[in-house]
Design a protein around this ligand. Structure first.
Ligand code: ATP
Length: 212
């Protein structure tokens, strides 16, 4: 019997149950996940264990063979694809492994677009920018002229700018040196965060660790 207080139910931001997917000839089943508001969870797994696939399932970018995902009390599987897109823009911050930046747009363009899609007032993100230790002169530089590590921090800033209900981050520090990795890891604040990585050195920074 569950002895947790009833507020735990309403404080649940993410609940994923019985998720599995078939990719080619491979069938991957994932552990159940539950995140309370403000909680941070690191999902550790080796290359090919399904970390990116899990993020895609949780964010509604991939349809599972079995199982369900609820975010902020709403069932992702019950939404149409355009409802899912809207929900993602308004409630989720995503840092993709492949970053998904638009090469000819500047960092400030990316932050403004994120705010626009989320239905929020635009923000210049200058505090965030400073916290991520990015030179202000880069704010108006097309991202194709930035280093991979700088682009990774633009992707992190874009995920954080609207203070979403939940952040999914796929190896967001893989291209960073230790100093910048620490800066990014100090930026999440009290956000509800699920990060996937192969890097077990990150474990001490999270409330919980789940291994695939
Ligand atoms: N579209 C696809 N079709 C077939 N197989 C796929 C597809 N996408 C991923 N896979 C396979 O599913 C498995 C999980 O892939 P995934 O990218 O989720 O792993 P990962 O843990 O994120 O790996 P990495 O750490 O190397 O990025 C891999 O074996 C991969 O080859």
């Amino acid at each position: 019997m569950n002895s947790r207080p009833c507020c735990w139910v309403t404080d649940t931001v993410l609940a994923a149950q019985g998720l599995s997917v078939r990719l080619g000839s491979r069938h991957i089943a994932f552990p159940d996940l539950r995140l309370a508001r403000g909680e941070s969870v690191l999902v550790l797994g080796e290359s090919g264990s399904g970390k990116s696939t899990l993020i895609h399932l949780l964010a509604g970018l991939l349809v599972p063979a079995t199982g369900s995902v609820q975010i902020a009390g709403q069932s992702i599987g019950a939404m149409s694809s355009s409802e899912r897109d809207r929900f993602r823009a308004r409630h989720l911050g995503l840092v993709y492994q492949t970053l998904n930046l638009l090469p000819y747009l500047t960092p400030i363009d990316h932050l403004r677009l994120a705010a626009q899609f989320a239905g929020r007032a635009p923000s210049d993100g200058k505090d965030l920018w400073a916290a991520l230790s990015l030179d202000a002169s880069l704010l108006n530089t097309p991202v194709r002229r930035l280093s991979v590590g700088q682009q990774q921090r633009v992707a992190v800033a874009r995920a954080l700018i609207c203070q979403p209900d939940l952040i999914f981050a796929d190896e967001p520090t893989s291209a960073l040196d230790r100093t910048n990795r620490d800066r990014v890891m100090n930026c999440w604040g009290g956000q509800t965060l699920l990060m996937v990585s192969h890097d077990s050195d990150l474990a001490s920074r999270f409330d919980r660790v789940v291994t695939l």
